[in-house]
Design a protein around this ligand. Structure first.
Ligand code: SAH
Length: 225
């Protein structure tokens, strides 16, 4: 079995193991197809390439990580968006999650607070011709108001609280998928849903471990080298 096929079956197994928490025994066909299409090896540093199809996170430089493939697939599925959707990601990192999203929805906007990573991800995404993704170097706590409201928002760094600007930028009926908890401590993956009438509700899915959502003025002081 090729590495990539192994990764797909690892994701399917982990989804099945966790079905009582995530409320589904399989992810959508569109999400799994996107995972099959995007070459994860193109988003990891050369030194990590032989681990590219392991079902685990990997370092991408600047103290940051590319998330575990199971989590990338699960978060994409939890957004419950279709091919006409316009989606915001906070925490571009390597660009891998943005690339997976770009295979499922119409348009992806992604914000990254570390300029080096934002530039690298832009280059990788351009090289692979993922033309419906736009990256911006900014503090994603504030979202990307110019393109709001969104059909879904995905945050791939752990926030202490749900950022109010992101809830504001959700369309009625849309979902925000976000890890919430302590920096390098216990975090829950949360789905925030805005109803058609604008009421906001939250559902906890499962425990996760993400790098912290930082603020643009002090992020270097918040993670160990
Ligand atoms: N989605 C990424 C993984 C991201 S790791 C991928 O597929 O590779 C989390 C990323 O969030 C890091 O790159 C980190 O720098 C970024 N980040 C942290 N705080 C942020 C903020 N306030 N705004 C935007 N990005 C932030």
């Amino acid at each position: 079995m090729s590495n990539q096929l192994q990764m797909i079956s690892d994701i399917e197994r982990e989804v099945a193991y966790t079905q009582h928490m995530i409320g589904r025994s399989a992810l959508s066909g569109a999400v799994m197809q996107a995972i099959r299409e995007v070459p994860r090896e193109a988003f990891v540093p050369a030194a990590e390439r032989r681990f590219a199809y392991d079902n685990g996170p990997l370092p991408i430089g600047c103290g940051q990580t590319i998330s575990q493939p199971y989590i990338v697939a699960l978060m994409t599925d939890l957004l419950e968006v279709g091919e006409d959707a316009v989606v915001l990601e906070v925490g571009t990192g390597s660009g891998y999650q943005a690339a997976v999203l770009s295979r499922v929805v119409k348009r992806v906007y992604s914000v990254e607070v570390i300029e080096t990573l934002s530039l690298q991800a832009t280059e990788t995404l351009q090289k692979l011709a993922y033309e419906n993704v736009s990256c911006r170097h900014a503090d994603g706590y504030h979202g990307w108001p110019e393109h709001a409201p969104y059909d879904g928002i995905l945050v791939t760094a752990a926030a202490v609280d749900v950022p109010a600007p992101l809830v504001d930028q959700l369309k009625p009926g849309a979902r925000l998928v976000i890890p919430v908890g302590q920096p390098y401590g216990y975090q829950d993956l949360i789905v925030v849903e805005k109803s058609q009438t604008g009421e906001v509700s939250e559902k906890t899915i499962l425990g996760v471990a993400f790098v912290p959502l930082t603020r643009s003025n002090n992020h270097f002081s918040q993670y160990p080298e």
